[in-house]
Design a protein around this ligand. Sequence first.
Ligand code: GDP
Length: 159
Amino acid sequence: MHKFNCIYKVLGLIFAPKITKMTNRTFTMIKPDATQKGNTGAILEMINNGGFRIVAMKMLHLSSEKAGEFYAVHKERPFYGELVEFMSRGPITAAILEKENAVEDFRKLIGATNPANAEDGTIRKRFAASIGENAIHGSDSDENAAIEGDFFFSKLEQF
Ligand code: GDP
C-alpha cells in the first residue's frame, strides 16, 4: 500500500503541472448589436457546443468611459469613437470561458473581425452585420484574457 502511495505521488508530481496547463481561459463579450437583436441565447449555445465552460458571466450596460477604457489600445485608430459609442449603446453579456487552448479555439469559433471574411459556422458569420457591429469579442492572447476578465469580474466572481 505504502509503495503504491509513493508511486501515485511521483506520478502526480510529473503529470499534474501538464494537466493544469491543458485548460486555460479566455474572455468574451456578446456585444450590444447581438443583445438588441435577441441573439444572446443562440450565441451562448454555440459557445457551449464549442466545448467552452462558462466560469463567470454577467449582463451589464457599459458607460462610454468604461468602454473607452476597455478599448484604450485602439485609442489612436480612426474608428475608436465609433467603437466606444457602439459598445456603450446597450447591454452586453461579459463572460470568462474555460477550455483547452481557449484563446485560439475561441478566436476560431468567433471568426474574422469583418464578417465578410468570416468562415461558415462561425459566430460572426452567423450574427455580425459589419466590421464594427460584429456581435462578439474574444481575447487575442492569454495575457489579455486575464486582464480583460479581471476588468469585469472580481476574483470571487470567477469560478
Ligand atoms: P477583434 O480582435 O477581431 O475584435 O478586432 P480588433 O481588435 O482589430 O478590433 C476591435 C473591435 O473594433 C472590433 O471587434 C470591431 O468591433 C471594431 N473595429 C475594428 N475595425 C473596425 C473598423 O474598421 N471600423 C469600425 N467601425 N469598427 C472596427
